[in-house]
Design a protein around this ligand. Structure first.
Ligand SMILES: Nc1nc2c(c(=O)[nH]1)N[C@@H](CNc1ccc(C(=O)N[C@@H](CCC(=O)N[C@@H](CCC(=O)N[C@@H](CCC(=O)O)C(=O)O)C(=O)O)C(=O)O)cc1)CN2
Ligand SMILES: [Zn+2]
Length: 781
């Protein structure tokens, strides 16, 4: 191997959905059958080409491996599973003769088809990105399918670029996988590391042949202590994998990136391997304080890639501190490069597209393109010395100082209200007392409900687009949404649900909707960030103290309730989720910000109650998402997050049934926190993992109402009544029927009406069957 030096400035990855969501539109058009695979490939290639040009114009080198080749049609973990041929047997019939997946097969694995469930989806570290979970068993065979990776590299080369291929590293790949169904008790995907590494070795050989000088292997799982695997096995895995890959005779230089925190004891482990460069997240993580001499010596011989530009938020930040951190890393090795702390996947493309944002706010922000420019500045400072960039450092410091004193950042009335809070504000009456008062709701056994949203049809979205363009007046828009609410209420009555929802048609997004109505937030026009697959959100910017100028949901909810005798759930998004899915100010503790949001929600609950709403759901799907990756940081987080939910709901009357909802994650680790939320009813995602969560719930002593999902809404598949019944039977075996609710995994906004109606009908049919079983004397004993 010839050692090529690492570029002085780089990023770990770039958004791939497109500045105007071109990839989303192309992929969805392909799914709808309106464009073919060739057209999709062409549009994706155009997008990659435009991104490379853009990155070069922002200051990354064209031919020095500084531009990462980090494109994906759906998800980078799925890409890795396809590249190493590790796909579940139920998808074999969709693959080529040699086991490769074409685009049709690729999307089938991501989305499922017929009775074949897709790969499970779960959150990616502490971000709002979701990846697909590979299934690995003792029998999984690994084989290299590098066509796409090679094609993208050679495509770039043909356009005059020497880029750096990026792939999820082997240790993280297995740590993020789950044991395949039927794997023996005690089997762990990491058991298969020695079988997987040769495939990565073969990939490196192929990349070298194609002319790649550097490859980036992402190993974020190394920074996380929340990984369910003994640490010494993880560290052994690092040695096994990277000693072997280092020994490949003909390969590119290896850059192992470790975003989302500190490597801690994985740093000596990696340092002891022959990899040429290590990426350190110096924003979220800290630099090692004391290194043993052997580690210090090995690190000094490698390139250290200092992740000092925050890839996870949109603040312009303190560039001078970033440069100090680069200098601190330089003390560990003379060979240093500047980078982002994580891939820029988590931030929108370009703040210059936000023409409607206040100019002062804009001066405090940096989206992906501005972050790339920051990297370029710091890299120049690295090459030419601090003096060469002092003007840029000073400008960033001035923006930061301006933010501190700007109006709205600190609002005395908001701060006084927070300061006056006491213990009492965080608790409701005893659960038993609440259950007694809520008997007035007169619900049947195994009450059925949905999570809130009904399908967001093209008509609804178009109406909203027309409202913002001025083609629809406020009144016309309100009437269209009311008509939709009425349709959804009638539909639920026909289907036979017990607790109804208004369907959330008026919400563009469950967080952005509230952000638009609260003071202290700004929203973007084009700030899309991929959440999973083709789905995107526009995280709001929480920049100042939060307060509620007027009720936010009361008119919609009371209209819905006026149409039916059945209870209609009021529907709010909880403080933790509002924070998790926004870009939040970084100048005060998150817990203080969460309590400001909580007080606004608390007032909303009071107003909903006064308007006659008896059941109110406060969604917290992101409770697990913000859980710190380091164990030591978790208790403090759980304390403020649970506290803010309790503050939001603590003012509810005993007779008001408070629901909460969580999804997108494994709940085992936060089950105790979920219990402490003290909601009367908690609905939770469970169908995709076939009710595995029920074990955790019953083991935890959870003793309030619980609705484990029986319908996986992430897939277009319609579950049969028999399938739902089997899930419910599994649930009643572990959870007393008196506490069990029946509901889908999550809201229905991403589904179409046909699937939704059929699935809900099956849910009702299955519930009636299980109610009958429960009622039958033989089964009651
Ligand atoms: N923020 C957030 N994070 C979350 C979730 C969530 O709901 N919100 N759920 C979990 C899973 N993640 C998800 C993220 C997004 C979506 C989702 O459905 N996103 C929609 C966009 C939602 C939205 O903002 N819609 C707007 C804008 C819609 C739009 O694209 N309008 C068209 C115009 C309308 C037309 O003519 O069709 C346009 O701008 O071009 C609206 O309804 O008003 C999408 O990608 O398609 C679903 C799940 C976890 N994280
Ligand atoms: Zn959900």
């Amino acid at each position: 191997m010839t050692a090529h030096s690492f570029p002085t400035g780089t990023i770990l990855g770039y958004p791939r959905i497109g500045r105007r969501r071109e990839l989303k539109r192309a992929v969805e058009a392909f799914w709808a059958g309106t464009i073919d695979a060739l057209e999709l490939e062409q549009r994706a290639a155009q997008l990659r080409a435009a991104n490379r040009e853009r990155l070069a114009s922002l200051g990354l080198g064209r031919t020095d491996s500084s531009i990462p080749e980090s494109f994906s049609y759906y998800d980078q973990v799925l890409d890795a599973a396809v590249a190493v041929g590790a796909l579940p047997a139920r998808f074999t019939r969709f693959l080529d003769a040699d086991g490769g997946a074409d685009l049709e097969a690729y999307f089938t694995i991501a989305r499922g088809v017929g009775d074949d469930a897709p790969l499970e989806m779960t959150k990616w570290f502490d971000s709002n990105y979701h990846y697909l979970v590979p299934e690995i068993g003792p029998e999984t065979s690994f084989s290299l399918h590098a066509e796409r990776i090679l094609a993208e590299f050679t495509e770039a080369k043909a356009a005059g670029f020497l880029t750096r291929p990026v792939i999820v590293g082997p240790v993280t790949f297995l740590l993020l996988s789950k044991a395949a169904d039927g794997a023996p008790e005690g089997f762990r995907p990491l058991d298969r590391l020695a079988d997987l590494v040769p495939v990565y070795a073969a990939l490196l050989e192929r990349l070298a042949e194609a002319g790649a000088q550097w490859v980036q292997l992402d190993e974020p799982a190394l920074v996380s202590e929340s990984i369910d695997e003994p640490r010494d096995r993880v560290l052994d895995g690092v040695a096994v994998a990277y000693d072997a890959l280092g020994a490949v005779a003909s390969r590119p230089a290896i850059f192992v990136a470790a975003p989302y925190g500190s490597l801690d004891d994985a740093l000596p482990a990696l340092a002891a391997t022959p990899v040429e460069a290590i990426g350190l997240d110096v924003v979220r993580g800290v630099l090692p304080e004391l290194l043993d001499p052997a580690t210090a010596e090995s690190l000094a011989a490698k390139t250290l890639v200092a992740g000092v530009v925050d890839g996870h938020n949109i603040w312009r930040g303190d560039l001078a501190t970033a440069f100090d951190r680069v200098e601190a890393v330089r003390a560990l090795s003379g060979a240093v490069a500047v980078s982002t702390s994580t891939s820029l996947l988590h931030v929108p493309h370009d703040v210059d597209d936000e023409t409607a944002l206040d100019a002062r706010l804009v001066s405090w922000l940096a989206f992906a393109d501005q972050k790339v420019a920051q990297v370029a500045v710091l890299a120049r400072g690295l090459a030419e010395g601090r003096d060469a960039i002092v003007a840029q450092l000073d400008e960033a410091s001035a923006a930061l100082a301006d933010r501190t004193g700007a109006p709205g950042v600190r609002v005395p009335a908001v701060r006084e209200r927070l300061a006056a809070l006491s213990e009492r504000d965080f608790s409701r009456a005893d659960y038993d007392e609440r259950v007694a008062a809520q008997a007035a709701l007169a619900l049947p056994e195994l009450p059925t409900t949905t999570i809130g949203s009904f399908p967001q049809t093209g008509d609804i979205r178009r109406a909203r687009a027309h409202l913002s363009s001025g083609a629809l007046s406020d009144d016309e828009y309100r009437d269209l949404m009311r008509a939709e609410i009425e349709r959804v209420i009638r539909l639920q009555e026909e289907i036979g649900l017990d607790v109804l929802v208004h369907g959330e048609p008026e919400r563009n997004d469950m967080v952005q909707y509230f952000a638009e109505l609260l003071d202290g937030f700004a929203v973007t026009q084009h700030g899309w960030v991929q959440s999973y697959g083709s789905r995107c959100a526009r995280p709001s910017i929480l920049w100042g103290d939060v307060s509620r100028p007027a009720p936010m949901t009361v008119d919609w909810s009371t209209y819905a309730q006026s149409l039916t005798e059945k209870p209609v759930k009021g529907m709010l998004t909880g403080p933790v989720t509002i924070l998790a899915w926004s870009f939040v100010r970084d100048d005060q503790p998150l817990g203080d910000t969460a309590n400001q949001v909580a007080l606004a929600l608390r007032d909303e609950i009071t107003d909903l109650e006064a308007a006659g709403i008896t059941v109110i759901q406060v969604d917290e799907p992101a409770l697990r998402e913000l859980l710190p990756l380091k164990l030591a940081d978790q208790p403090a987080y759980l304390d403020w997050s649970v506290g803010s939910f309790r503050l939001a709901t603590g003012g509810a009357a005993v007779a008001t049934q408070v629901h909460t909802h969580l999804c997108y994650s494994e709940f085992g680790v936060v089950i105790d926190a979920i219990r402490k939320l003290d909601a009367d009813v908690t609905s939770i995602e469970a169908a995709r993992s076939r009710m595995e969560v029920v074990d955790d719930i019953s083991a935890s002593g959870f003793d309030h109402g619980i609705g484990p999902g029986v319908y996986d809404i992430h897939s277009p598949r319609v579950p049969s009544a028999a399938e739902v019944q089997a899930l419910l039977e599994r649930a009643v075996a572990d959870i007393p029927a008196s506490r069990l609710w029946v509901n889908p995994d999550c809201g229905l906004k991403t589904r179409g009406y046909d699937e939704t109606v059929a699935s809900l009908e099956h849910i009702i049919e299955a519930t009636r069957a299980v109610r009958a079983e429960l009622g039958a004397p033989a089964l009651v004993e």
